[in-house]
Design a protein around this ligand. Structure first.
Ligand code: FAD
Length: 430
């Protein structure tokens, strides 16, 4: 092995996205001489998947989705190999095998291979026009299918009620599709928001003419003569016309390389707090990693988490010994005109305290805010609708376990500003 700090170390990163890129930057900060190679099976420059619904809606073009300037590689001295799939990792020989038969040696390896959409596992689920939304190519399939209908507006079915599904439903609505959202849970956003916020959004969707069918599943997908989707049949027998079906039933960490290499996996690749696997010199970060948090392990498939973990992994690959930052669930966005943000827990558990301002109605100025405090008086989570500018601050409070007890009586007062918490916060920011 090339010793880090003596001869130039060979760093190989699989995955050219949020985690992989921030790892490359962190390695370069710590090691000006190391050889950094990024391998990606995608053949286009790194882009933010978050904007795929906006691409479908015609709000942006691909150029605005790219994540780094074109001179990124030359500036950082990174060997970026696009369209280069890794087919196997040999952790004993410390080599990765590439499609086409070549291989590459590493001293430190990062698996930042992300997560893939859960497929629709029903008869007809593989028809043309049934797709997840994970990559640029998926967005192109969706757009192509929306242009197919000759008799009036096309019809789209979105399967799943999470934030990505709702954003996709909104994009399809904006390009003139008749949209139906099919959700197996009793409500949309069942794992993201609380019941009131979900209901406020469902009402917005209803007003826009988007059908939301809860407690239902797709039983089969029917095809047309060309092998493309024509309709979905639900488990209650209803048939819904569709020229495109977008499957948003969540994602699964992309474990194929890790499993083939014999690395320990749960839902994701199991790593230490420093994001190391049990194989020497092999790290994992981002959507693919399962990290320890307070006695259990979690997979957090959110962008800021992938960036933060990539950074930590990069530093550690170059010789540091940092623990990965606390993994916090947080969502924010505007859906059908409703601005919504959540941090941590969204439903209150026994023994916890719930503080509420407003109910999202017109009388409350469209505002709703629920703050959950744990048994010790620290923030456990929050749901914000309407005015969400405190979300970043709440995320900060949650990540540091900032006590809220002194400001607690004021939390539900109109006009309360969270900056008041700073005065009593240990190790205050800035
Ligand atoms: C439509 C959509 C909307 C989203 N919206 C939000 C949002 O609003 N907020 C938020 O926080 N998160 C959002 N996310 C999630 C966010 O995009 C992910 O958390 C983030 O992309 C994870 O980054 P990553 O680097 O771990 O993996 P990925 O971005 O999945 O990248 C993994 C990379 O590895 C490559 N790869 C995989 N296997 C191989 C191989 N064998 N060889 C070579 N290369 C390989 C892949 O091609 C890919 O380029 C959204 C995701 C989608 C799809």
């Amino acid at each position: 092995m090339t010793a880090v700090g003596t001869a130039a170390a060979r760093y190989v990163i699989v995955g050219n996205s949020a985690a992989g890129l921030s790892a490359a930057e962190a390695i370069r900060e710590a090691d000006p001489r190391g050889e950094i190679t990024i391998l990606s099976d995608e053949d286009r420059p790194a882009y933010s998947r978050i904007f795929l619904p906006d691409l479908i809606a015609g709000k942006i073009d691909f150029g605005r989705m790219t994540m780094r300037r074109p001179d990124f590689c030359s500036r950082l001295g990174v060997d970026l190999r696009l369209g280069q799939a890794v087919t196997r990792v040999d952790v004993r020989e410390r080599r990765v095998e590439l499609a086409g038969g070549r291989s590459l040696a590493y001293d430190r390896l990062l698996l930042a291979t992300g997560a893939l959409p859960v497929p629709l596992d029903v008869p007809g689920g593989d028809l043309a026009g049934v797709t997840g939304l994970h990559a640029y190519e998926d967005a192109m399939i969706i757009l192509e299918r929306t242009r197919r209908s000759e008799d009036g507006p096309g019809s789209a079915v979105v399967v799943g009620g999470g934030p990505v599904s709702i954003k996709t439903a909104e994009a399809l609505y904006k390009v003139g599709q008749k949209v139906t959202v099919v959700v197996s849970s009793p409500a949309i956003l069942s794992r993201t928001a609380d019941a009131l916020a979900a209901d406020l959004l469902a009402r917005r969707m209803d007003e826009a003419g988007v059908r939301v069918l809860t407690g239902r599943n797709v039983a089969t997908v029917e095809g047309d003569r060309d092998g493309g989707v024509k309709a979905v049949v639900l488990d209650d027998g209803e048939t819904v016309r569709a020229t495109v079906v977008v499957v948003g039933k969540g994602v699964r960490p992309n474990l194929s390389l890790a499993a083939g290499a014999g690395l320990k996996c749960g839902r994701g690749i199991l790593v230490s707090p420093r994001l190391e696997t049990e194989a020497p010199g092999v790290y994992a970060a981002g959507d693919v990693a399962e990290t320890p948090v307070g006695g259990r392990t979690v997979v957090n498939t959110m962008w800021p988490n992938a960036v933060a973990q990539g950074r930590t992994a990069g530093h550690n690959m170059a010789g540091a010994a940092e623990d990965s930052p606390v993994s916090i669930r947080s969502n924010a966005g505007t859906f059908f005109g409703l601005t919504l943000a959540t941090v941590g827990q969204t439903e209150t558990r026994p023994g916890q305290t719930e503080l509420v301002r407003g109910d999202g109605s017109a009388a409350a100025g469209g505002h709703y805010e629920k703050v959950i405090l744990d048994e010790r008086g620290a923030l456990a989570g929050a749901v914000l609708v309407g005015r969400v500018d405190s979300v970043g601050f709440l995320r900060w409070c949650l990540s540091r376990g900032v006590p809220m007890d002194r400001v607690r009586p004021h939390l539900i007062e109109p006009g309360f500003r969270y900056s008041a918490v700073l005065a009593q916060a240990p190790g205050r920011a800035g």
